[in-house]
Design a protein around this ligand. Structure first.
Ligand SMILES: C[S@@+](CC[C@H](N)C(=O)[O-])C[C@H]1O[C@@H](n2cnc3c(N)ncnc32)[C@H](O)[C@@H]1O
Length: 205
């Protein structure tokens, strides 16, 4: 890994993803979380302060170990116990139906095998469980989607593998979920190619 991926990108990511619009969206996304939660794509632990009291434990999966000192501090300060598992979200080492809730925030854009990860999320979620998501992705406006396709290669390079153009809702549905709630909007003061949000939750179909 080069200097950019190791040192610069994690700091930029943590700074950008802790800005007020993201923070507000995290609280909304996680409000329904309960019991034992699996978070796929834990990043720098920015969701921890948004979990409601109904959450008993967070199991945090990410293949990367970003900003280890800062993340350790966040875990120490969290009111909920956190277990970290350094793994690919497409190969989860958990029994079927283990979790009450699975969470992804701005992660489906980056996982290389996103269909594999969603299949794993479906497998480890208990039948009555909730999959909570807050993601960015493909626009329904054809002109914007065309620009997302054009700029995707550059974004993947700058953004640590992040794709601009994934159709988040249909990926979730194709994995065997029924989306029970979906809000679509653009982040304030953000170009539509990056700002198109998918916020909601899904249940097993
Ligand atoms: C844009 S960051 C979002 C981090 C965090 N979820 C947040 O809301 O701030 C994308 C995250 O996906 C993680 N990621 C990349 N590939 C992954 C994979 N195969 N399985 C799970 N997570 C992955 C990255 O390491 C990174 O932490």
């Amino acid at each position: 890994m080069g200097l950019y991926e190791r040192v610069i990108f994690p700091r930029v990511l943590d700074f950008v993803m802790s800005q007020p619009p993201f923070e507000a969206q995290r609280s909304v996304a996680l409000a329904r979380a309960t019991g034992e939660v699996l978070e796929v794509g834990f990043g720098t632990g920015l969701n921890l302060r948004h979990y409601p009291p109904a959450v008993r434990k967070v199991v945090a999966v990410d293949p990367a170990d970003l900003l280890p000192q800062r993340v350790s501090q966040r875990i120490e300060q969290a009111v909920v116990p956190v277990e970290r598992v350094q793994r690919d979200g497409a190969q989860l080492p958990f029994d079927a139906g283990r979790f009450d809730c699975v969470v992804t925030t701005w992660t489906l854009c980056t996982i290389p095998d996103v269909a594999g990860a969603l299949a794993e999320i479906r497998r480890v979620l208990q039948p009555a469980g909730l999959y909570l998501f807050s993601e960015h992705g493909r626009s329904e406006m054809p002109g914007v989607a065309r620009w997302q396709d054009r700029l995707n290669g550059m974004q993947r390079w700058i953004g640590g593998g992040c794709n601009l153009n994934r159709p988040i809702a249909s990926l979730i549905e194709k994995a065997g979920f029924r989306i029970a709630s979906l809000e679509r909007f653009c982040l304030p003061r953000t170009p539509r190619i990056m700002g198109e949000q998918y916020l909601g939750y899904a249940v097993l179909d």
